[in-house]
Design a protein around this ligand. Structure first.
Ligand code: IMP
Ligand code: MG
Length: 179
């Protein structure tokens, strides 16, 4: 399995420092407000868990399960909400927490869908952003801008593998399946 790894892109310590830095910014920006963190599962689970422990203001949580990829490293172009929010987000300060934005298709869809529910504010925090993301969706908090390679680890998977890696690594191009 590990033979599918090309090289480590972002090390554990670098991730830790960035997560703390993002949490500081968020704590400052939402001072005096009640924040609802919405994790996009499954990929954002590890980032969200670490991020929230550095946030110093009161936060509540909700989760959505979204699929757009299947087992391929290419988006199939269809976004599907498999599990919707439990909470009513009208008049609430919502911060979407995502692992990576590639084409922006997923976040575009989610943003539009959430905006229609009239939140007090709606912003996006993504640990990783690929080049394509710049012109498709407005990301307020970005951890790292990365090349468009397929990456795994720290919550991100290839075919449900590698999510528990402590660092983020580039996958070798050879195992890419096309659907
Ligand atoms: P987008 O809709 O093209 O922006 O893709 C976003 C979703 O695709 C993310 O939430 C991930 O689940 C998945 N994804 C995109 N790039 C990668 C990657 O490099 N590794 C693992 N998952 C990825
Ligand atoms: Mg995801």
């Amino acid at each position: 399995m590990e033979t599918e790894i090309e090289h480590i892109l972002i090390g554990e310590d670098e991730i830790k420092a960035k997560v703390a830095e993002l949490a500081d910014r968020i704590s400052r920006d939402y001072q005096g407000k009640e924040l609802l963190l919405v994790g996009i599962l499954k990929g954002a689970f590890m980032f969200l868990a670490d991020l929230c422990r550095h946030i110093s203001i009161p936060v509540k949580f909700d989760f959505v399960v979204v699929s757009s990829y299947g087992s391929s490293t290419r988006s199939c172009g269809v976004v599907r909400i498999q599990k919707d929010l439990d909470a009513d987000i009208s008049d609430r300060h919502v911060l979407i927490v995502e692992d990576v934005i590639d084409s922006g298709l997923t976040l575009n869809y989610i943003s539009k869908n959430f905006k229609a529910r009239n939140p007090a504010s709606l912003e996006i925090c993504s640990l990783l952003a690929k080049p394509e993301a710049n012109h498709s969706v407005d990301i307020k908090y970005t951890g790292f801008s990365i090349p468009s390679d397929f990456v795994v680890g720290y919550g991100l998977d290839f075919d449900e593998n590698y999510r528990n890696r402590r660092n983020i690594a580039v996958l070798k191009k050879s195992p890419v399946k096309t659907t």
